[in-house]
Design a protein around this ligand. Structure first.
Ligand code: SAH
Ligand code: SF4
Length: 349
């Protein structure tokens, strides 16, 4: 079996080269090329032909191929459907902000977590992505637009903490100063609340932003919409979040998709406020994206306003997240689902 060389740390490449009878210092050249986004060993022009051939025999360079691309006519947001060597497909979204480009990438093909409002959750789980496949999504977007990406959010398809080892490897590789050199402070990781993963992450004390998809103020509503809550309830989740804040000194961002008549009443806001009171936290309110078949509708604007005012009484700041690319179904999972079952899925929200 060939080795996935773009998922390897530089010192691992060095060890491999030495075991092939090569000089260890070549590792930094190989590592540099891989993170420049080369797709073949032949592009590594300062490496001898002999070494390139050895690498070709033993290793492969993973890539993300563009299967489909949609560009929003409102705001230039681009949504990609990528395929990998085995034909599996994931989505990624490239957003342009005044401070630069942010890419929202996938960490798994599908997701096991089954949240009822989520298109990815509805199409089941296929496999984890490797670190190199996460990098390849960024590299293809950079090449396709001739740009540098400055910020990354792990908010595409999949639950990052359910693919913990590959995600941590990706984070270390993408922030490596000899690699893409995107600092942890420019990276956000979003989780539905895999509590043991939050404790593990806390130990690493990374300076990334942790986003926790809360979406409900109590176990009754949360267990109905997010099955993970039946395993780790809100009490356990918030305890893990407090521990995370203490360990890292970083504020947590709570995601709250506002669903009409489900979680958007004033009493929900009071319940949420009293649970989060005193925490180093910010709440992001997101009008839910309507996914075919769920029957969920976006909350009215006045509900959002009321939520923000009530949360302020508990000294919790909340903002409504700006939605980009709303004409191209920019929230993840919807494009892949369409490509899987084109005749069943209504395409527009
Ligand atoms: N699995 C992780 C990260 C990927 S989902 C997580 O759940 O946090 C990225 C974000 O999109 C999460 O906050 C998720 O709850 C949210 N999301 C999923 N479907 C949505 C929808 N239909 N409308 C609004 N937000 C949605
Ligand atoms: Fe998975 Fe996140 Fe979608 Fe839930 S919201 S099904 S955890 S991708």
């Amino acid at each position: 079996m060939q080795t996935d060389i773009k998922s390897m740390y530089e010192d691992e490449i060095k060890e491999m080269l030495v075991s092939m009878g090569e000089q260890g210092y070549r590792a930094s050249q190989v590592f540099h090329w891989l993170h420049q986004g080369v797709k073949s060993f032949d592009e590594m022009t300062n490496i001898s032909k002999n070494l390139r051939q050895k690498l070709m025999q033993n290793c492969y360079i993973s890539k993300a191929t563009i299967e489909k691309k949609l560009i929003s006519s409102y705001d230039d947001t681009e949504k990609y459907l990528f395929s990998f060597a085995d034909g599996e497909k994931v989505e990624s979204v490239l957003m342009k902000y005044h401070h630069g480009y942010t890419s929202c990438i996938s960490t798994q093909v599908g997701c096991k977590m089954g949240c009822t409002f989520c298109a990815t959750g509805k199409s089941g789980f296929s496999r984890n992505l490797t670190a190199s496949e996460m990098l390849s999504q960024l590299q293809t977007e950079q090449e396709d637009n001739n740009i540098r990406i400055s910020n990354i959010v792990l908010m595409g398809m999949g639950e990052p903490l359910d693919n913990y080892d590959n995600v941590i490897r990706f984070l270390r590789l993408v922030s490596d100063e000899h690699g893409m050199n995107i600092g942890m402070r420019h990276i956000s990781l979003s989780t539905c609340g895999v509590v043991p993963g939050i404790y593990e992450l806390a130990k690493l004390k990374l300076q990334l932003t942790l986003s926790v998809s809360l979406h409900a103020p109590n176990d009754e509503i949360r267990s109905r919409t997010m099955p993970i809550n039946r395993k780790y309830d809100i009490g356990q989740l918030l305890e893990a979040c407090r521990c995370y804040i203490k360990a890292t000194g970083r504020r947590i961002s709570f995601e709250y998709a506002m669903i009409d008549g489900v979680n958007d009443s004033d009493s929900c806001a009071h319940e949420l406020g009293s649970r989060l009171k005193g925490m180093l936290a910010h709440v992001n309110l997101i009008p839910v994206n309507t996914v075919g078949g769920t029957g969920y509708k976006k909350s009215k604007k006045e509900r959002m306003k009321s939520f923000i005012e009530i949360l302020a009484k508990y000294s919790i700041t909340a903002t409504v997240r700006r939605t980009l690319g709303s004409d191209i179904n920019a929230s993840c999972g919807q494009l892949r689902r369409q490509s899987m079952e084109p005749q069943k899925e209504g395409s527009r929200k």
